[in-house]
Design a protein around this ligand. Structure first.
Ligand SMILES: Nc1nc2c(c(=O)[nH]1)N[C@H]1C(S)=C(S)[C@@H](COP(=O)(O)O)O[C@H]1N2
Ligand SMILES: [Mo]
Length: 322
């Protein structure tokens, strides 16, 4: 497979046109009989020199346009290098599309992420439906550099853009018996081949946090990454990020948040309760039944480093568990 690693500013010629144009063209090419599985890069029109340009992972990354970028919250420090954007954008867990991490970005073309609304309800006094664009325009948006640790023992470090979940929860006024916060991802078989073809999973993806975890200042509602809106493979247009927990506790492309009284079931805990608990805080001392969690591989560089308790965020979250 050939993926050209371009810089963000080194856009292919076709990227200058509307995203819709090349997506339509991609469908057209697929209809011509070149399946996505058979070609890693797809033509997207003649470039200035008369040659044929290619679809690369960079072409799936949205440009920085206002109101992005937002200013960085410098109080949260990162102890390692930021992962190259083309690396994180081409290595994703998003089973609604495929279980092949290197293939997600190639399969999100039909996924429509705009407009998008997020319903917040359950045990609250002011249930509301929010438009994502309105949230971006009205919430206290900021950029944060977070480490991100998958239970599969790989990690990345990226600049997320978003706002604390607690700011959203305050707007709906949780009831006193709201002990947990439940998240539900999108469920559109017509737009996501993994939902359509992997019927053995219990779609839509669902996750949850305790209310104190949801109110922790580190818990972020994320709409952007690397100073622009989220590309689809990272969970556009809106997702959750909890950096002290394994990656599966950070649900993507969410459509509903529900406040509930008792501990909700979660997608991975229901699938394999012996391997994936509800809490799932990063803990190097507790091995996964099939591998150690003591170290992690940093994607892009391949460097292997020691995994830290709470993924290094004990100072922020440790007191919730003592
Ligand atoms: N809806 C949904 N959310 C999801 C997943 C998924 O398959 N579906 N995978 C999870 C896992 S296992 C990880 S590691 C992260 C990956 O996020 P990234 O691709 O943006 O790095 O998303 C999490 N959120
Ligand atoms: Mo993960």
């Amino acid at each position: 497979m050939r993926i050209r690693r371009r810089q963000g500013w080194e856009l292919p010629e076709c990227r200058a046109t509307d995203e819709k144009y090349w997506l339509d063209r991609r469908r057209f090419i697929a209809a011509m009989g070149f399946g996505l599985g058979s070609v890693a890069t797809l033509g997207c029109g003649a470039s200035a020199d008369g040659g044929v340009d290619e679809i690369t992972v960079s072409s799936t990354i949205p440009p920085a346009r206002p109101p992005y970028p937002f200013s960085r919250n410098e109080s949260i420090k990162l102890d390692r290098a930021i992962t190259d954007e083309t690396v994180s954008a081409s290595f994703n867990n998003f089973y609604e599309f495929t279980t092949d991490k290197a293939g997600v970005w190639k399969l999100t073309g039909d996924f429509e992420t705009r407009p998008w609304t997020l319903e917040v309800g359950g045990l609250v006094s002011k249930p509301q439906t929010f438009d994502v664009e309105t949230l971006v325009a009205t919430m206290p948006m900021e950029e944060r550099l977070y480490r991100f640790r998958c239970v599969e023992a790989w990690s990345m470090s990226v600049p997320w853009t978003g706002f604390p979940l607690r700011e959203l929860l305050r707007r709906v006024e949780p009831s006193s018996n709201a002990n947990f916060v439940r998240f539900v991802s999108f469920n559109r078989p017509d737009q996501a081949v993994g939902i359509r073809e992997q019927s053995w999973y219990d779609w839509p993806y669902y996750e949850a946090l305790r209310i104190d975890e949801a109110m922790n200042e580190l818990t972020l509602v994320v709409t952007g990454i690397y100073g622009h809106e989220l590309p689809k493979q990272h969970g556009a247009p809106i997702r959750i990020v909890t950096p002290w927990k394994y990656g599966y506790k950070s649900p993507k492309s969410i459509v509903r948040i529900e406040l509930v009284e008792s501990e909700p079931n979660t997608f991975w805990n229901d699938l394999a309760p012996d391997e994936y608990g509800f809490m799932s805080n990063v803990d190097p001392k507790v091995p996964h039944p099939r591998w150690s969690q003591a170290t992690e591989r940093i994607i892009g560089t391949g460097e292997r480093v020691v995994t830290l308790p709470y993924n290094g965020y004990g100072e922020w979250v440790g007191r919730m568990y003592s």
